[in-house]
Design a binder for this molecule. Structure first.
Ligand SMILES: *[C@@H]1O[C@H](CO)[C@@H](O)[C@H](O)[C@H]1NC(C)=O
Ligand SMILES: *[C@@H]1O[C@H](CO)[C@@H](O)[C@H](O)[C@H]1NC(C)=O
Ligand SMILES: *[C@@H]1O[C@H](CO)[C@@H](O)[C@H](O)[C@H]1NC(C)=O
Ligand SMILES: *[C@@H]1O[C@H](CO)[C@@H](O)[C@H](O)[C@H]1NC(C)=O
Ligand SMILES: *[C@@H]1O[C@H](CO)[C@@H](O)[C@H](O)[C@H]1NC(C)=O
Ligand SMILES: *[C@@H]1O[C@H](CO)[C@@H](O)[C@H](O)[C@H]1NC(C)=O
Ligand SMILES: *[C@@H]1O[C@H](CO)[C@@H](O)[C@H](O)[C@H]1NC(C)=O
Ligand SMILES: *[C@@H]1O[C@H](CO)[C@@H](O)[C@H](O)[C@H]1NC(C)=O
Ligand SMILES: *[C@@H]1O[C@H](CO)[C@@H](O)[C@H](O)[C@H]1NC(C)=O
Ligand SMILES: *[C@@H]1O[C@H](CO)[C@@H](O)[C@H](O)[C@H]1NC(C)=O
Length: 244
């Protein structure tokens, strides 16, 4: 820095121009998705039976024409794919990763795609109000999810115990599906969970005692199931609860 300041104003200007150009070149070659994530996204979109043209390529994160973000008819019917392009590749070039996929009320059908589990930076999946069937893949347990919302679909089977491994999870919204069986005790490991909405499925058994660990819960709903037993004592530990 001392060297630059001791130079003439003209030189200083040159240095400034050069560094602006370098920044510009760096950001124009960056902002790309890895080819692997392009392929995974293509499989997800075809698996979801999304009936609108999407052009997924390595530059889809920055090109509005890719068709990844759309609002149809009303605000509540939309598709949104969000990337974070601030990850640094080991060559100091920044790269993009898909961090959020939300597609609500789009008449999506078929089986919930397993390929979501291949998007290793995915923090948000919201496919609420569609016609998706199949079960929740246990491989979702390896994702760094903050939100998993599948409200109002035809998802069946049990909640995989592996969902309890997603300790980043704040929202687990599975209302209005065909899920069944016992609530996994492992869900008690989701210590950051704020919303656990399980209404209108076929869950049975009792509420696991481990749920007493879910101290950050603000919303818990489990009505419209075949859950038996009494309201457990541990809800006294849910000091943040607003809605039960
Ligand atoms: C990251 O860097 C490697 C080389 O180290 C390169 O092959 C790869 O394409 C880069 N990824 C992205 C998304 O730019
Ligand atoms: C997704 O991951 C699974 C297992 O980790 C792998 O077998 C599969 O090939 C991957 N899918 C794609 C599209 O790469
Ligand atoms: C899609 O929308 C998100 C915000 O919801 C935005 O961050 C992103 O840049 C948009 N992508 C494109 C390709 O327009
Ligand atoms: C996909 O790309 C083609 C040609 O580049 C373009 O005509 C078309 O409008 C794009 N589709 C969407 C959904 O943006
Ligand atoms: C994007 O990723 C970078 C690198 O991991 C992180 O520092 C940053 O907080 C992320 N941005 C957002 C909006 O999540
Ligand atoms: C870094 O990039 C090189 C290619 O330039 C690749 O062989 C290596 O696997 C990369 N390492 C990591 C940790 O991504
Ligand atoms: C899921 O729905 C598709 C049609 O959308 C159907 O072909 C398939 O049999 C269904 N699978 C299950 C397990 O219900
Ligand atoms: C809960 O439902 C499953 C299948 O839906 C059944 O196998 C199991 O016996 C039921 N358990 C209880 C305690 O009702
Ligand atoms: C719970 O919420 C508080 C306040 O929002 C936050 O600081 C904390 O990290 C959350 N998680 C746990 C496990 O307490
Ligand atoms: C509630 O929290 C207290 C204090 O941490 C603990 O001793 C007690 O076992 C908890 N109760 C239940 C039912 O989890």
């Amino acid at each position: 820095m001392g060297f630059v300041l001791s130079n003439s104003g003209a030189n200083l200007q040159k240095i400034f121009v050069v560094s602006v150009c370098a920044t510009f070149i760096l950001s124009s070659i960056a902002q790309l998705l890895p080819e692997y994530e392009v392929q995974v996204l293509q499989r997800i979109f075809s698996g979801l039976q999304f009936n609108y043209r999407v052009n997924i390529s390595r530059s889809s994160c920055v090109e509005a024409s890719a068709g990844l973000n759309r609002t149809f008819v009303a605000d509540r019917i939309y598709s949104s794919v969000v990337c974070n392009c601030s990850f640094i590749n080991n060559t100091t070039v920044s790269v993009c990763h898909v961090t959020s996929i939300q597609m609500q009320r789009l008449n999506l059908a078929g089986t919930l795609p397993l390929e979501f589990a291949n998007l290793s930076h995915l923090q948000e999946i919201d496919l609420s109000r569609n016609y998706l069937n199949g079960s929740i893949p246990s491989a979702f347990g390896q994702l760094p999810l903050v939100k998993l919302a599948l409200r109002g679909n035809r998802i069946s089977g049990t909640i995989p115990a592996e969902i309890g491994d997603i300790t980043t999870l704040k929202e687990l919204v599975l209302e209005d599906n065909l899920l069944q069986g016992n609530l996994p005790t492992n869900l008690g490991s989701l210590i950051n969970l704020e919303r656990l909405l399980l209404t209108a499925n076929n869950f049975n058994g009792t509420i696991p005692v481990t749920f007493g660990n879910l101290r950050n819960l603000t919303d818990f709903r489990v009505d419209g199931n075949k859950i038996s037993g009494q309201i457990p004592d541990f809800i006294g530990n849910w000091t943040n609860i607003r809605r039960l």
